[in-house]
Each structure stands twice: as C-alpha cells, then as structure tokens.
Ligand binder design. Structure first.
Ligand code: KIV
Ligand code: NA
Length: 265
C-alpha cells in the first residue's frame, strides 16, 4: 500500500479511476479512513460546523486548522493529507498565504486547499512554484456564504457557467493539482472536468462525472445534527460498523454508484 502522491492522483484522473476523498479531524478517524482505502483525507474547515457547532466556517482560525492537521497528519500512512486554509488566512496577499500554508505543511499536510476562482490564481501559482501543492475550491465556497446569499447551487445561469469554466482553467493554469466543485449542476461539472487536462476535479453535489468525490465524515455517518444537503448519503444505514460505512463509501465512489441522480443538481 504505497502512499498516494501527486503523480498517482494524475494517473487516476487519466485512467478514469475515481478518487475517494473524505474529511477527518482527529487521529482515530484518520487512521480508520486510511485503512479503509480513502485516497485523500481532508482536514476541512467544516470542523467549524461538525466539531465546534458553529453555523458557518467563518470563525475557524489558522491555529485551529494547524491543531487538527497535527491530529491527522502524523498517523496517516497511505492517503494524501490535505488541509483547508481558514477564512482570512490567505486572501490578504500571496505572501500571507505562503506563510500560513507553511504552518499547515509543518503540521503534516501534504497539500493545502483554498477557496476562490481566477482571483486566487496568482496566489495558487505563487504557492505551487514554491513547492506547496494546492487544491482549489470553486462553485459554492462556504467562506463566501454571506456574499453568495446562502448555501445554494452555483453556475445555473449561462454567465455563471461561463465564469466557472474560466475560473477552473485559470486555476489549472496556475498549477492546482485538485479542484473541489461544490454544489454545481452535474452537466457543468462534467464540462469543467473534461476541459481540465491535469487537474483532477473532486465533486460534492456536482454529479458523477467528476474525477473524484468528497463528503464530510459526520454527514456520511449520519451523526451531524444540522441540516443535511441533498448531496449527502448516510452510509451507516446499510453498514454494521463505521469501518463498514467508510469502506462502502470508497467502493461506491470507485464503482460510480455514488453519487446517484437523487444526490445531484
Ligand atoms: O471543509 C470541508 O469539509 C470542505 C469539503 C466539503 C470540500 O471544504
Ligand atoms: Na472547507
């Protein structure tokens, strides 16, 4: 079971092997996901919701991201560990972004994730050129919830779809290795995936034609008490253990049975 590397992720995209990504925030769940075959473990700022009980990811700090990345980073053997850059920790300047990305890499992350389209391309390029792999995140970007007017599907208008395709190309050109597409109509996510040659798309509420899928751990285990999105499937319903649920998620992503039409827009 050799570790997942950047060339391996690219090989999976080119070969049509789906990438299974899942969030984790602590060592025990990270180790469980690692042994169940999750390819990419995301220390998401969704910890603001599922760990801290806040109503958005906005209050999460870089110190908290560093702490949870340390909890996850040291125990994982095979999966690639990606850490979210928290709101306000990268938007000021590319230098600020590098400074905080360095803290996440020192804590055990192998890649950082940041939200935003073309406006972040220069920052992505700056990080990538300095040896920091980057996962982009477009579509519904939760750190912009107030600007977007809520958690809603993005790219539904012709102009919005064109904007998203331009954002995706700019981020790929800047060197992003992965790109999360959140709450994007399935057809548009398929178009975006097809137009990217070397950046693998990871969908959440973005249809089945992305190069991979991601869910929040607490959503797919059915333990999050808040509202659950249309794109969530509770894998505990048909499982006898948490290991079983996570293994079923990996299998369903790999064989293309998740997401099903009812999880898509
Ligand atoms: O924070 C998070 O968990 C995320 C995923 C939902 C993509 O950004
Ligand atoms: Na996030």
């Amino acid at each position: 079971n050799k570790p997942i590397t950047l060339p391996e992720l690219l090989r999976m995209k080119k070969g049509g092997e789906k990438i299974a990504m899942l969030t984790a925030y602590d060592a025990s769940f990270a180790a469980l996901e690692d042994r169940c075959g999750v390819d990419v473990i995301l220390v998401g700022d969704s910890l603001g919701n599922v760990i801290q009980g806040k109503s958005s990811t906005l209050p999460v700090t870089i110190e908290q991201m560093v702490y949870h990345t340390e909890c996850v980073g040291h125990i994982v053997q095979r999966a690639m560990v990606v850490a979210d850059m928290s709101f306000g920790s990268y938007q000021e300047s590319k230098e600020q972004a590098l400074r905080n990305a360095v803290r996440l890499l020192a804590a055990g992350a192998e890649m950082v994730k940041l939200e935003g389209g073309e406006v972040m391309a220069e920052t992505v390029h700056f990080l990538v050129e300095r040896g920091v792999p980057v996962c982009a995140h477009i579509g519904l970007t939760p750190q912009s919830v107030h600007a977007l007017g809520g958690y809603r599907v993005q790219g539904r208008t012709d102009a919005g779809a064109a904007r998203m395709k331009a954002d995706a190309l700019a981020l790929e050109h800047a060197g992003a290795a992965l790109m999360v597409l959140e709450m994007v109509p399935a057809g548009l996510a398929a178009d975006v995936t097809r137009q990217l040659a070397v950046c693998a798309t990871i969908g959440i509420g973005a249809g089945r034609d992305c190069d991979g899928q991601v869910l929040v751990l607490h959503d797919m285990l059915g333990v999050y008490p808040g509202k659950k999105g249309r794109f969530v499937r509770d894998f505990m319903l048909d499982a006898h253990s948490i290991d079983g649920a996570v293994a079923a998620y990996v299998k369903a992503v790999k064989d293309g049975s998740f997401p099903a039409p009812e999880h898509c827009y």
